[in-house]
Design a protein around this ligand. Structure first.
Ligand code: AMP
Length: 172
């Protein structure tokens, strides 16, 4: 954990004033960092029978792909509107200002799947809550929620469904 924490960079006032952005590129660029992330994330789900890892655009694609590879599972992207080429289902959610929408391919998840939804950082939880609803509407057997980093002061867990199993590697 010390290695991971040491290689996560705090960027002040990004993307806007007052935000301390947790930058994981400084961890991912280290071969050892990438290896530890893959190993530590996969250890959380080894015995769960995971068939699909859903990664949230765009920073969730990196850890999500590594996790899927380590578990021998498939990878499914959740993207911003208009990016996925085939038939999609959508979910809109409230942000600080206005609303946002995310999409997933309609045929990406089946009722036989056991799914982990992954994003890099849990902040307010709004994005993950919408991704959870999106995946849930496809009726998989079970859904787990995973982050590399959890920003505990923002209490994002309160925005996530009470029955969801939420795990993060590192808390700040
Ligand atoms: P949320 O507020 O939980 O819906 O977060 C929205 C998205 O922005 C998520 O994909 C997070 O990974 C990202 N995000 C929010 N706050 C931060 C932060 N302080 N550092 C890095 N990423 C963040």
């Amino acid at each position: 954990m010390e290695y991971l924490k040491k290689h996560i960079r705090d960027v002040y006032d990004f993307p806007k004033k007052g935000i301390v952005f947790k930058d994981l590129t400084t961890l991912f660029k280290e071969p050892r960092g990438l290896h530890i992330i893959g190993w530590d994330l996969s250890q959380l789900y080894r015995d769960k029978g995971i068939t699909k890892v859903v990664g949230i655009e765009s920073r969730g694609f990196i850890g999500g792909s590594i996790l899927a590879f380590e578990l021998g599972a498939g990878f499914v992207p959740v993207r911003k509107p208009g990016k996925l080429p085939a038939d999609t289902i959508k979910m809109s959610y409230d942000k600080e200002y206005g609303t946002d929408t995310i999409e997933i391919h309609r045929d990406a998840i089946t009722e036989d799947d056991i799914v982990v939804i992954h994003d890099d950082v849990l902040a307010t939880g709004g994005t993950m809550a919408a991704a959870y609803d999106l995946v849930k509407s496809m009726k998989p057997k079970k859904i787990y929620i995973n982050f590399i980093i959890e920003l505990t002061a923002l209490n994002g867990r309160a925005a996530l469904p009470a029955d969801a199993e939420v795990t993060s590697l590192i808390s700040f």
